[in-house]
Write a protein of this length. Sequence first.
Length: 52
Amino acid sequence: MFNLFKKKTVKTKSFFEYPAEEKKKIIKKAAQKANKMQEDLVKKYNRLYPAY
């Protein structure tokens, strides 16, 4: 008999298990996303606290 309620687990890869080229792509994408988030925060701050 099998269990219908058994949780299925998905094996995820660690960052260090990816090949070097894939790591570069991940890091580049993360840097671009971080820069965009920082830019959005600066714009939000400038709207909330405009320079006089």
